[in-house]
Design a protein around this ligand. Sequence first.
Ligand code: 5GP
Ligand code: MG
Ligand code: MG
Length: 179
Amino acid sequence: MAPKRITLHDKSFAINIPENKILEAIQQVATQINADYKDKKPLFLAILNGAFMFASDLMKETTIDCEISFLRVSSYQDMHSTGQVSEVIGLKEEIKDRHIIILEDIVDTGHTVYALLQNLTARQPTSIEIAALLLKPDCVQHPLQVKYIGMAIPNDFVVGYGLDYNGLGRNLRDIYKVV
Ligand code: 5GP
Ligand code: MG
Ligand code: MG
């Protein structure tokens, strides 16, 4: 049994989404993707670090021919504007004329995934969709369509199952929210 309360650094967290519910949600996402991408040989692009567990469990539920690769998105404040500038790191695959599915742990403001979409779209994939384990619908600030969503959650800070609080918590099987 997972502990109901944990402490990471200076904060307390309470269990929010148990492992079995996470895996159920992933199974549902996989069922949709298996139907939508039959014979399309999609390339999954998982965003490190947060999406590593989601990517792993989702891949185990796929029944189609597919590939996976991993990338990072580094964001920094542009010194000359307030806008966020993002750089894509580690993408070695040619994505032109491929069906791309971005795997993200959580979509909050949507800045990360929106910037990534712009960057990848310029490389002319045949199609590009987003699969996010978690989505905070009240926080999204961009015109984004997240086609595959594990679960929609309120605007709470969560950790576990790949998500961290200052480096800690990624190894937890369950998702916890700050209390
Ligand atoms: P964005 O605001 O760009 O949609 O979210 C960017 C990144 O912030 C996410 O990929 C994730 O790594 C992190 N993030 C957003 N919300 C949370 C949260 O509730 N908990 C944790 N641990 N990370 C979050
Ligand atoms: Mg992330
Ligand atoms: Mg983080």
